[in-house]
Design a protein around this ligand. Structure first.
Ligand code: ATP
Length: 373
């Protein structure tokens, strides 16, 4: 018996998770998987009622699960960041989910910027999830402080670069430091090569900006070189700006891309836009040796919550990623195919892509397609 913790969360989270669960139930039935789902009522309602965002005891109970399925976090009644940081980020860090896995595929019948171009787009982003410019290392100097701070910065800068920095006494300065560690890069890059191999590919694309951010991405590139040799596979290095261009111009050229945190964050939203919108994009926060968490990329979308308008596809595809991670790859493939077939049918589209189907009608259609496969 495998155990999954389900956190429906806020806004449209519970609505899309309900549909994912419908599809999961059919998938389990078909492949004989025995999964126990336990719901955890975290999110705004829980926080407003109890004053507690996420109890330590809940974290340990989630730690006993094989995976977590999450809907969305965030609510207009709660200061932005409290729930997102208190639940999502805390779980991500606690379980050291160092890989953010985001596949980008086009679906026949879904309107989007690339629709009608008859292209096979199937790229998977493996984004580093814990380091880079998101480590929170930075500060501001000069704002209402003594000029000693500024002098210190000026002197440190001049000593390092042998050129002056133009800081007037009344000036302010802000800085933020990106951090890449050898171990942090090695482990995510290694996962990317393994995934590419599993997909029958020979090449991994590494994304960076090593021509400007030479230190952090220099170290990153060394990790890619090492993994390429170790796996006996090819690698290419592309700058993030070039990747953005190619994603729109010739997305079919990509297979598996491995990216540092910040660039991965930006490019995968571009990927979601290419797919037809946030409602289609799935993701996994993965620790291959620990508890991974699967969630649609979209947020809680309070503007459409409770109206049956939410697109559940991102959540359903996230649960397919979860099934694969739980060791049921055939079930995952079938779930994806069921989504594909339903979308291609053209009758079950939610309002975000100009359709009139409700959230549950789409979930029902996918579940029933899966049942009939
Ligand atoms: P967050 O900061 O939590 O990511 P956000 O407000 O930036 O949240 P979302 O909540 O993801 O972003 O959504 C932005 C808008 O996109 C929503 O207001 C909604 O109109 C639309 N949207 C997002 N997800 C979906 C979905 N699954 N189905 C339909 N529309 C969606």
């Amino acid at each position: 018996m495998q155990k999954v913790g389900v956190i429906p969360g806020d806004g449209i989270g519970p609505e899309v998770v309900r549909e994912a669960r419908k599809v999961l139930d059919v998938a389990c039935e078909r492949c004989g998987a025995s999964i126990d789902f336990e719901e955890f009522p975290l999110g705004a309602a829980h926080y407003l009622r109890t004053g507690e965002v996420l109890a330590d005891e809940t974290v340990s109970r989630l730690g006993e699960k094989h995976a977590i399925l999450l809907g969305a976090m965030g609510d207009p009644r709660v200061r932005p960041g409290v729930l997102e940081k208190g639940v999502l980020l805390r779980l991500r860090f606690h379980f050291d989910q160092y890989i953010n896995l985001r596949p980008v595929q086009l679906f026949e019948g879904v309107p989007g910027p690339l629709a009608g171009r008859d292209r096979k787009v199937d790229m998977t982003f493996v984004r580093e999830n814990t380091e880079d410019f998101y480590v929170g290392l930075g500060g501001r100097v000069g704002r209402g402080r003594s000029r000693t701070d500024l002098d210190l910065v000026r002197r440190a800068y001049e000593a390092k670069f042998d050129v002056g920095i133009d800081l007037r006494d009344e000036d302010e300065l802000a800085f933020q430091i990106g951090v890449v560690t050898k171990g942090g890069a090695d482990r995510v890059v290694d996962f990317a090569f393994g995934l590419a191999k599993e997909k029958g590919l020979r090449l991994v694309t590494s994304v960076d900006k090593a021509n400007v951010l030479t230190e952090v991405y220099g170290l990153w590139r060394e990790a890619v070189e090492r993994a390429s040799k170790r796996h006996g596979m090819d690698r290419e290095f592309l700058y993030v700006d070039a990747v953005a261009l190619h994603m729109v111009r010739s997305p079919e050229r990509f297979g598996v891309l491995v990216t540092p945190n910040l660039f991965g964050d930006i490019l995968t939203d571009l990927g979601a836009a290419l797919q037809g919108g946030l409602g289609f994009a799935p993701s996994g926060n993965i620790n291959p040796g620990g508890v991974s968490m699967f969630e649609p990329v979209h947020g809680s979308a309070p503007d459409i919550a409770g109206k049956g308008l939410a697109n559940p596809v991102g959540a359903i595809l996230s649960s397919a990623l979860m099934m694969k991670a739980l060791g049921h790859p055939e079930a995952a493939k079938d779930m994806e195919r069921a989504v594909r077939d339903v979308l291609a049918g053209g009758r079950h589209m939610t309002a975000d892509i100009g359709g009139g189907a409700s959230t549950s009608a789409v979930g029902d259609a996918v579940a029933s397609r899966l049942r009939s496969m």
